[in-house]
Design a protein. Structure first.
Length: 487
């Protein structure tokens, strides 16, 4: 990394509105960023900024807050007023947030700065800012950190009881943050447990508990860009923020060229973001699914993971870093055999779930990343060695039995239709259809009507009038009404 990039200013940015999020921004986000290894450790630079996109009411309300005044001692704050679009703010708050993000990323691109994303409902471990500065010194151009949801009520109760907060900061070590997080998972995070029987249908991230350890191994597609080099861009595209959030494909569109210099936070000792959400918000149903208790439940879960992995909304960069295992732990993992063993076990599941990676992905990342993808499903060549090499293979065949049976049934059904079509063409069904059509239009019913009319009954006469109008055109029954209406 050249000296010029080391001296580039850091632009932290945040978007929020309303009293609830304003209090979260001050008591959680800012308080944790005031920990000793965060803003107090930031290398002084008068050009450093904290961009805050909010409403004018919220901006004024923060000015005399002690935490906000403490923040100004370490970094200059800049107010960006959110557009007054009440309809969008109420109907789609995520897109309204993206409006603020779009304004700020354009500023960072124009000012040629480093961009660092923060959110109002997140708690950053003590060492977050120090880690970012270390990555800049190491020559990294892009840093991504996995994020998940944790219950706000439980996290706040743990913080109040733990003694990590004082009047000026919230100093939370990463291992303590992980310990709090694992005990207060949101329903979305609980449903991401691969070994549960209520596994969710959209596994954006999936985790496995490590036995006898307070920790998990995770594979994720949910990443927060905590360092982006806007100064290195010749062109900047923010169009994706018009209909998507910043954690969509924005990073891939703009910074994919620097993935060779990417740092993926795969160890919670480096950085851990404790993002809180109220228990009732964005709930995922934790209802038990009996199919996930069957012997082939692993195949079903792997199928859900595979479907999302190859979905069009997932960009190639997310697919690449999805293969990297993430370790969240509240204890030391050095010299513990249980962690490598669990990671190896999880790797086999991931290998089975995604199968053979796309050729372009393999070329981009190199063969060393895919050395663990030993099992590649090739349906055209199923041999005994492949069956014996993977314990889920027989289960896969059993699960696909109904689908393969339906496929065979459809083949025979279409063969039958083809043969019947030939018979249908040869047999003169046209005559039969013509006779039925004539009878349906009631052309042959007039003798019956005339016979009933000869009885002279008023009831039949009324029915005759109705039938004549329906059976014959207007010119017939109207012009000759004097005849068939006679008593």
């Amino acid at each position: 990394m050249n000296q010029n990039n080391n001296s580039r200013p850091f632009y932290f940015y945040n978007v929020f509105w309303g009293e609830v999020h304003r209090q979260e921004f001050l008591r959680l986000c800012i308080a944790s960023l005031l920990a000793p290894k965060n803003f107090p450790s930031l290398v002084p630079n008068p050009q450093n900024r904290y961009l805050i996109a909010t409403t004018k009411v919220d901006w004024v309300a923060m000015q005399e807050d002690p935490l906000f005044l403490e923040l100004k001692k370490y970094i200059r704050t800049q107010f960006i007023e959110m557009p007054r679009d009440e309809k969008l703010r109420i109907n789609n708050p995520l897109l309204y947030m993206s409006v603020g993000h779009k304004i700020m990323v354009e500023i960072m691109y124009r000012e040629k700065a480093w961009g660092i994303q923060t959110t109002p409902d997140s708690i950053f471990n003590d060492g977050f800012v120090s880690y970012i500065q270390d990555q800049v010194k190491a020559g990294k151009m892009l840093v991504l950190c996995p994020v998940s949801r944790f219950e706000k009520e439980g996290v706040n109760a743990a913080l109040e009881a733990g003694g990590w907060r004082d009047k000026k900061s919230l100093t939370l070590p990463s291992r303590d943050a992980v310990k709090i997080a694992l005990k207060n998972m949101h329903s979305e995070c609980l449903a991401a447990n691969y070994e549960c029987d209520y596994f969710w249908i959209s596994p954006v991230y999936t985790w496995w508990e490590v036995p006898e350890e307070e920790g998990v191994v995770m594979h994720s597609m949910s990443w927060s860009p905590i360092l982006m080099p806007y100064f290195a861009l010749n062109e900047h595209s923010s169009g994706s923020l018009d209909n998507w959030t910043i954690d969509g494909n924005y990073v891939h569109e703009n910074f994919n060229q620097y993935k060779s210099k990417i740092a993926v936070v795969d160890d919670s000792d480096d950085v851990f973001i404790l993002s809180v959400t109220p228990k009732k918000n964005s709930q995922v149903p934790l209802t038990k699914n009996f199919t996930l208790n069957l012997p082939f439940s692993n195949v079903i879960k792997c199928g859900l993971m595979r479907r999302l992995y190859f979905d069009r909304i997932i960009d190639p960069l997310k697919r690449e870093i999805y293969l990297k295992p993430i370790k969240w732990h509240s204890r030391s993992i050095k010299e513990k055999e249980v962690w490598p063993k669990k990671i190896s076990e999880v790797d086999k599941i991931i290998s089975f779930a995604i199968g053979e990676p796309p050729k372009e992905t393999t070329k981009q990342m190199g063969p060393e990343v895919f050395h663990r993808l030993a099992f590649v499903r090739k349906l055209s060549t199923i041999d005994g060695e492949s069956v014996n090499a993977h314990k889920y293979f027989i289960n896969a065949l059993l699960v696909s039995l109904s689908r393969r049976s339906r496929l065979v049934s459809k083949v025979y059904y279409h063969k039958f239709l083809w043969k019947w079509e030939k018979v249908y063409i040869d047999v003169p069904y046209v005559m039969i259809k013509l006779i039925l059509s004539i009878w349906a239009t009631r052309i042959l019913q007039w003798p019956i009507i005339a016979t009933k009319a000869s009885l002279g009954d008023k009831f039949y006469r009324k029915r005759i009038n109705k039938r004549f109008k329906k059976t014959y055109p207007f010119s017939v029954w109207f012009l000759h009404r004097d005849r068939w209406k006679k008593d």
